[in-house]
Design a binder for this molecule. Structure first.
Ligand code: KIV
Length: 257
């Protein structure tokens, strides 16, 4: 059965939320059988396009990838990242989020930030656009990629922001690279689920970039467990194919018309 926003919220304190990113149909259709949430993350900017940061990702690129993912997602909740500079005020956010919802048929959008986007989230929710929040490390705006929650002011701000996002109507919050005792405090303090990435098992769920999880992305990420080495498998397949073509073994009779 297709998962709804309420199904995700109800998982808090009951069972862990499983979430992964997807950027295209075929992978999404595999993940769909095992995930609660599939996120079309703007991480695709660095993972697929080699951009220096997610700031370069456009709304149209997000929409095209999301349309592909939509074809593979039947059961999970599908969330799409709103890229940088597409939600600088409520009017802009509403126009762009409506476009994303309409064109991609996704279930929700994700926005990065706390207090600054409180009113924006309120506007989207009022207009029946479900919103997932994102706190901690904010790749769209942070100048440096540092772990969050080491000092009191940082901790207080994340706690305060989490409560604000909840009161604005967000249905869940991604906590990225947040120190584990802070992740615990935030998770305890709010009634909506927290979904961690590099934020310990204290969150209500976990999310990873799928390409990292399967070892497709050659870069090692400290908090990612590589569950497979798919580059190795693909390499073997391509070596065999190249050998067969060069030795005139492919296409054999079986594969010819
Ligand atoms: O863009 C992304 O993939 C994300 C996840 C890392 C949470 O925001």
């Amino acid at each position: 059965m297709k998962k709804k926003i309420l199904d995700i919220i109800k998982k808090k304190n009951k069972s862990k939320i499983v979430s992964l990113t997807a950027y295209s149909k075929n992978f999404a259709s595999i993940l769909d059988n095992f995930c609660d949430i599939i996120l079309v993350g703007d991480s695709l900017g660095s993972v697929l396009y080699n951009y220096k940061s997610t700031r370069e990702v456009s709304l149209n690129v997000m929409i095209e990838h999301s349309k592909s993912v939509r074809m593979g997602v039947k059961k999970s909740l599908m969330v799409v990242d709103m890229p940088h500079n597409t939600y600088r005020n409520s009017k802009e956010a509403l126009k762009n989020a409506k476009k994303v919802m309409l064109k991609t048929k996704c279930d929700a959008v994700k926005l990065e930030g706390g207090k600054k986007i409180f009113q924006i989230i309120k506007t989207l929710v009022k207009n029946k656009i479900p919103v997932m929040g994102h706190l901690g490390l904010l790749p769209q705006t942070d100048k440096t990629f540092k772990f969050k929650g080491k000092n009191t002011s940082e901790r207080d701000k994340i706690l305060e922001d989490a409560e604000l996002l909840q009161s604005a109507g967000a249905f869940s919050i991604v906590l990225e690279c947040v120190e584990k005792s802070l992740a615990k405090m935030v998770t305890k303090k709010i009634d909506i689920p927290t979904i961690g990435i590099g934020a310990s098992s204290n969150c209500d769920g976990q999310i990873l970039v799928f390409d990292d999880l399967i070892g497709l992305n050659p870069i090692d990420v400290r908090f990612v467990k590589k569950y497979s080495n798919i580059r190795k498998e693909i390499t073997k397949a391509v070596i065999s194919y190249a050998r067969d073509v060069r030795n005139k073994k492919f296409p054999s009779k079986k594969y010819s018309y």
